[in-house]
Design a protein around this ligand. Structure first.
Ligand SMILES: Cc1cc2nc3c(=O)[nH]c(=O)nc-3n(C[C@H](O)[C@H](O)[C@H](O)COP(=O)(O)O)c2cc1C
Length: 351
């Protein structure tokens, strides 16, 4: 059995965070069911309003509205469980989405795809917990030194995302392709060492959650033995009945074999891991209706519109869409309920 973790004044009963997955993969239904089973459910702020008929006229308004609607949905299912939101630093309207999420009463704001240097400025103390996603002790040290200097504030917890995760990755493409990256458990050890100075200064403990390629109970206990308080898991939650994606997206996850994953260049300015498919071979959706959603994306030069490709995928139009997935996707073979998956992960029933 896994032990509960204290995140400042809140208790996470089961130390498993369901990773935020955009566009539309983790919304209120998935998050609510994870909360119901004691884990932290996380809604992705990457276009949660994509299905709104007004989305292309008012993407920011629709996304803000959806952040509130999906949070209510999650809370109706997950009651007192902890609810997080994942907001990418790479998003052009980052500050607005963070402030909206605080107003909606999300328990935690988890933020990666870039270093969330200004996050404490947008989240008053005593409201939502703040948690950066980092991929190395070095990046964590830079971030915490800046938060210490500027805001006199520390993260309430940290997600350490290793190179085997799905979606955008905080590693260089050549490290990913040559498998020369550090194992996430080794990054956990380095981050714990790095945190000691800050924890002493602030007289607090900063729990860390390891992510990327965490597949079963054994993987969880292994990273916990290295100092993690828990884990964040993404891909495995896609193959659940409750996941908010179209059934064809879940099928693509179930059908993918170990050699069906590829590293792509994203207009977000980072590499990403996705399932090989027709779209990936041709990447043929040039920008037609730009909603200016990413800070680093220039619609005149980008080879494809990532938002459109992710929307096609979540709607089930797989051959014309981008299906993000973690390195271990080939090991996911059966659909299950969130409850069954949480039982398996916490009690160690074998794959
Ligand atoms: C389909 C998909 C979409 C994702 N979208 C996001 C996202 O919008 N923001 C983010 O920070 N991480 C995103 N991630 C990463 C997950 O939150 C999680 O950290 C990662 O998947 C963990 O690795 P795993 O899939 O091997 O468990 C995504 C992952 C997947 C598979």
């Amino acid at each position: 059995m896994l032990k509960p973790v204290c995140l400042r004044h809140k208790q996470l009963k089961v130390p498993i965070i369901q990773g935020g997955m955009g566009v539309g993969i983790s919304l209120g239904n998935l998050a609510g069911h994870v909360m119901k089973d004691g884990g932290m459910g996380v809604i992705s702020a990457a276009h949660p309003g994509y299905a709104d008929p007004d989305f292309y006229q008012d993407p920011i308004g629709c996304n803000r509205k959806a952040l509130a609607i999906e949070a209510d949905k999650a809370r109706q299912i997950g009651k007192e469980g902890l609810l997080g939101v994942n907001i990418m630093v790479a998003a052009r309207n980052y500050e607005e989405y963070v402030r909206t999420s605080v107003q909606c009463g999300y328990d935690a704001i988890i933020s990666g795809a870039g270093l969330p240097l200004s996050l404490p400025a947008y989240v008053p103390e005593g409201t939502s917990l703040i948690a950066p996603i980092i991929s190395s002790a070095k990046a964590g040290n830079i971030l915490l030194k800046m938060w210490d200097r500027r805001y006199k504030r520390m993260p309430d917890f940290i997600v350490i995302e290793g190179a085997e995760a799905g979606g955008h990755l905080g590693f260089k493409k050549d490290e990913l392709l040559s498998y020369t990256y550090k194992a996430v458990k080794d990054i956990v050890i380095e981050v714990r060492e790095m945190l000691a100075w800050f924890e002493k200064k602030y007289r607090m403990h900063i729990p860390v959650f390891a992510a990327g390629g965490i597949f079963n109970h054994h993987d969880i206990t292994e990273v916990m033995a290295c100092g993690a308080a828990g884990v964040q898991i993404g891909s495995r939650f896609i193959a659940t009945y409750e996941c908010d994606a179209h059934p064809a997206f879940k099928d693509a996850i179930l059908k993918a074999g170990p050699n069906d994953v590829a590293i792509i260049d994203s207009p977000a300015g980072l590499p990403g891991r996705a399932i090989k498919n027709e779209w990936l071979d041709h990447k043929k959706n040039p920008v037609t209706r730009c909603i200016r959603c990413l800070k680093s994306c220039d619609p005149k030069t980008t080879p494809y519109c990532i938002t459109q490709a992710l929307i096609e995928a979540v709607k089930g139009n797989i051959s014309q869409g981008l299906v993000f997935a973690g390195k271990n996707v080939g090991r996911i073979r059966q659909m299950m309920s969130v409850h069954e998956l949480m039982e398996e992960l916490t009690k160690g029933i074998q794959e």
